[in-house]
Design a binder for this molecule. Structure first.
Ligand SMILES: Cc1ncc(COP(=O)(O)O)c(C=O)c1O
Length: 384
C-alpha cells in the first residue's frame, strides 16, 4: 500500500497482504495464544504471546492506522477498554480533564464513577463552544480535552481544528471519539487531534456482530506507551473479533455513503412532521454545527435524533411501534435501530450535567430501502 492509495483501497488492502504461505486473500484467524520460538528469544515476526500481539489483530491495527492516517493503531476488546487504557496512560492521579457536555453515557461514567476514585478530576464543558473551552484551559492546568463529534446522542459538532489549537497552546492533549463519523467521514488526526478513539462495535464493524475498540495516535512515542499499558492490563481484541471487524471495515465506505443518504432523507422527513418539535442532524442547514460539519466531514453520518412535541411517554410509545427500526442499544450496523436515550443508553447520566431530554428519540439509520424506513417512522409517529 502507498500513501497515495484512496480510502476504499486502504480499507480493503492495508495490513491485508495475501498470506505468504498459502496465498489466502483474507488474513487468517490466528486463533492461538502462544508461538514456537526458534531458540530462547528467537521470535518469528515478533510474536510470543497473543496478549502482546496476534497477527489477526496486527492486520486490523495496520488497517485502522491507514484509515485514520496515523502511524499506529491499537485494537481493544471494547471501546471502553480503549478509553480506559488511554486515560491510565496519559493521566496521573491529581490531573484534571475537560469532558464534553454531551457524550456517550459510558464515557462520562468512566470519568465520574471510575477515574474519580483514582484521583482524576474533571469539568464538563460545552465542547462546541471553543471560547468556553479556552476559558477553562486558562483557568487551570488541564491534561486532556476530550471531545466527541458528532456527539451521542444530541449530534453536537465540535470544531476539531480549533479545539486542537486551544488544547495545544495550553499544553493539553486533544482526544476525539470518532465513533459516530468513522474515519471515512472525518479524520481527526489530520485536523490536529492527538488521539482518536473508536468503538469499532459501531460503523467500523458495521454488522452488529462484534464488540471492539481502537486508539489511533499521532505520536509514535505515545503509541509505545499505550502499547505498554495495553499489554500490561490486557484489554485486547481477540483474533476472531479482530477478523470480524476487519471484514466489516472492507465495506465501510460503501455502507457510510448509504447510511448518510438515508439519514438525510429521514432527517428531512422528520423536520416536516407535525409530531416532531426538533430534529438534531448536522446535515440540516438549521443545525448550529452545520457549517463546521461541512468543513470537517465528508458527509453528515447515519445518526439522527429528534424530539417529540407530546413528551416522554409519547417518545417511549413511538420507540415500541416501529416495524423495521429495531428497538435496541448500539448503532452503526446495516440494520436500522431506534432507542430512547434517557431510559436506555444514557440512563447512567441521569441527574448529571449530561442528562438528556425525556422526549428524545435516537435513530441509527441503516442501509435498507429508505422508502420503507420513512413509511415505518411515519406509522410509528401516527398518533405522536
Ligand atoms: C461514542 C461512543 N464511544 C464509545 C462507546 C463505548 O464503546 P463500546 O460499547 O464498544 O465499549 C460507545 C458505545 O456506545 C459510543 O457510542
Amino acid at each position: 500500500m502507498t500513501n497515495q492509495d484512496g480510502f476504499e483501497t486502504l480499507a480493503i488492502h492495508a495490513g491485508q497482504e495475501p498470506d505468504p504461505v498459502t496465498g489466502a486473500v483474507v488474513p487468517p484467524i490466528y486463533q492461538v495464544s502462544t508461538y514456537k520460538q526458534d531458540g530462547v528469544g528467537g521470535l518469528r515476526g515478533g510474536y510470543e504471546y497473543s496478549r502482546s500481539a496476534n497477527p489477526t489483530r496486527t492486520a486490523l491495527e495496520q488497517c485502522l492506522a491507514a484509515l485514520e492516517s496515523g502511524p499506529r493503531a491499537l485494537a481493544f476488546a471494547s471501546g471502553m477498554a480503549a478509553e480506559d487504557c488511554l486515560l491510565r496512560t496519559v493521566c496521573s492521579p491529581g490531573d484534571h480533564v475537560l469532558v464534553p457536555d454531551d457524550a456517550y453515557g459510558g464515557t462520562y461514567r468512566l470519568f465520574a464513577r471510575v477515574f474519580s476514585g483514582w484521583g482524576l478530576t474533571h469539568d464538563v464543558v460545552p465542547i462546541s463552544h471553543v471560547a468556553a473551552v479556552r476559558e477553562q484551559l486558562a483557568a487551570r492546568k488541564i491534561t486532556v480535552v476530550w471531545a466527541e463529534t458528532p456527539t451521542n446522542p444530541l449530534l453536537g459538532i465540535a470544531d476539531i481544528r480549533a479545539l486542537a489549537e486551544a488544547a495545544h497552546e495550553a499544553g493539553a492533549l486533544l482526544v476525539v471519539d470518532n465513533t459516530f463519523a468513522s474515519p471515512y467521514l472525518q479524520q481527526p488526526l489530520a485536523l490536529g487531534a492527538d488521539v482518536v478513539v473508536h468503538s469499532t462495535t459501531k460503523y467500523l464493524g458495521g454488522h452488529s456482530d462484534v464488540v471492539g475498540g481502537a486508539l489511533v495516535v499521532a505520536d509514535p512515542e505515545l503509541a509505545e506507551r499505550l502499547a505498554f499499558t495495553q499489554n500490561a492490563t490486557g484489554g485486547v481484541a481477540g483474533p476472531f473479533d479482530s477478523w470480524l471487524t476487519l471484514r466489516g471495515v472492507k465495506t465501510l465506505a460503501a455502507r457510510m455513503d448509504r447510511h448518510c443518504r438515508n439519514a438525510m432523507r429521514v432527517a428531512q422527513m422528520l423536520a416536516e412532521h407535525p409530531a416532531v418539535s426538533e430534529v438534531l442532524y448536522p446535515g440540516l442547514p438549521s443545525h448550529p454545527g452545520h457549517k463546521t460539519a461541512q468543513e470537517q466531514m465528508r458527509a453528515f453520518g447515519g445518526m439522527v435524533s429528534f424530539r417529540l412535541l407530546s413528551g416522554e411517554e409519547a417518545a417511549v410509545r413511538a420507540c415500541g411501534r416501529t416495524r423495521l427500526f429495531t428497538l435496541g442499544e448500539s448503532l452503526g450496523g446495516v440494520e436500522s435501530l431506534i432507542e430512547h436515550p434517557a431510559r436506555m443508553t444514557h440512563v447512567s447520566v441521569t441527574g448529571s450535567p449530561l442528562e438528556v431530554p425525556g422526549d428524545l428519540i435516537r435513530l441509527s439509520v441503516g442501509i435498507e430501502d429508505c422508502d420503507d424506513l420513512l413509511d415505518d417512522l411515519r406509522q410509528a409517529l401516527g398518533d405522536g
